[in-house]
Design a protein around this ligand. Structure first.
Ligand code: FES
Ligand code: FES
Length: 389
């Protein structure tokens, strides 16, 4: 039997050059960089978003290339380790890694360097403990981290001198400290949803994020809307999510996530509102993981829009999510977004599968095994997605 592959064209900027390629729906950015562009400096370790070996920079933020879909990078700007040749900060980091013995086998090093550069740019002050926590998403099996921490500290102390006169490098906003993120809220404009920044969070160390996504489903708009407005059918499409009860427009949902050896189960309540006339809806909610004491919450606005053929439609959604407590330390802006993006892709595939009479994929095993990364994010996302959020 012959299997017919469906390829999508994607065009993006990689290390300052515009590149195009044809990718499968599930081709990762890492595979695209390595196999199509021969940029093999981006390494693949776990391929689950945990080890950080594949970390690259996208639109100025670090992301996991192994769980970032290549097709989602349309129009984005990506910088790999090969693109750091003219970057004085990256050059200083590479020298420091050699001077302080911050590498042995070198497998983790490209992703580690990308993450370290981001850490230095984002902070006004850095203790050794903060460096270690900030590097919690990058695993090294050789060095013991002492050399890496020393290397980062030495470059951080010289950062002003290294960045002097280079406006492109000082451009990224340096954050005064963690927990200073802003929670997005939503305002409606005619025919579309728009995310806007709201007041700062309570500063309790949380990590607030927003995400915009759109998926195309090969089904008529009425059929898709009927499905999306049925929470008992939609929630199981979210890997790791379980609908416990529905009471009116209120939900009780559980979201199980695993990140390596770390497991968390967020349970919370949510609310939803659907407008059949405009085919728009909103879900919001909040939950807590009893074991870690972390909390997550968020909201999701979505709209279903039919195309001219009447055979397909587009689902657009904007989500906000926020995590506070111990688990929030695993969450870093760009990494979280790439992770959530992978979840969104799995959700989209499940929706498509169910609408076509197929089965839901749980992502492998119990809980959320495929996408095991930032617990906070996931939860937040799901809470946003289904219980509400
Ligand atoms: Fe491990 Fe991507 S390969 S996080
Ligand atoms: Fe070998 Fe980090 S230097 S894994």
């Amino acid at each position: 039997m012959t299997t017919k592959l469906s390829l999508s064209e994607v065009t993006l900027d990689v290390n300052g050059e515009t590149v195009s390629g044809h990718v499968e729906a599930r081709t990762s950015l890492a595979d695209f960089l390595r196999d199509d562009l021969d940029l093999t400096g981006t390494h693949l370790g776990c391929e689950h978003g945990v080890c950080g070996a594949c970390t690259v920079e996208m639109d100025g933020q670090p992301v996991r290339a192994c769980i970032t879909l290549a097709r989602a990078c349309e129009g984005r700007s990506v910088r790999t380790i090969e693109g750091g040749d003219d970057d004085p900060l990256m050059a200083a980091l590479q020298d420091a890694f050699m001077e302080f013995h911050g590498l042995q086998c070198g497998f983790c090093t490209p992703g580690m360097l990308v993450a370290c550069r981001d850490i230095i740019l984002r902070h006004r002050a850095l203790t050794d403990e903060q460096i270690r926590i900030a590097l919690g998403g990058n695993i090294c099996r050789c060095t013991g981290y002492v050399g890496i921490v020393n290397a980062v500290r030495s470059v951080f102390e010289r950062r002003h001198e290294l960045l002097a006169g280079d406006q492109t490098l000082v451009a990224p906003p340096v954050q005064p400290d963690w927990g200073d993120a802003k929670l997005a809220t939503f305002k409606r404009t005619a025919g579309q949803m728009e995310a806007v920044e709201a007041a700062p969070s309570d500063g309790a160390g949380g990590d607030d994020q927003t995400l915009r996504e759109a998926i195309t489903v090969n089904k008529p708009v009425d059929e898709v809307w009927a499905f999306l407005s049925d929470v008992e059918r939609v929630v199981p499409c979210v890997p790791g999510a379980r609908l416990l009860s529905v009471n009116g427009n209120e939900l009780d949902v559980e979201m199980e996530i695993s990140l390596g050896a770390i497991r968390a189960r967020f349970r919370g309540t949510g609310r939803y509102h659907f407008d059949d006339d405009t085919r728009k809806g909103r879900m919001e909610g909040e939950g807590r993981d009893a074991r870690s004491g972390s909390s997550a919450g968020g909201g999701l606005d979505f709209a279903v829009i039919g195309d001219e053929s009447g055979k397909r439609c587009r689902i657009e959604f904007v989500a906000s999510y926020s995590v506070t407590g111990p688990l929030s330390q695993f969450s870093r802006g760009g990494l979280v977004k790439s992770f959530v993006g992978a979840l969104a892709g799995m959700f989209a595939d499940n929706v498509q599968s169910v609408l076509s009479g197929g089965q839901v994929s749980r992502g492998g095993g119990s809980g959320l095994s495929v996408v095991r990364l930032t617990l906070n994010v996931i939860k937040s996302w799901f809470q946003s997605l289904f219980r509400r959020e």
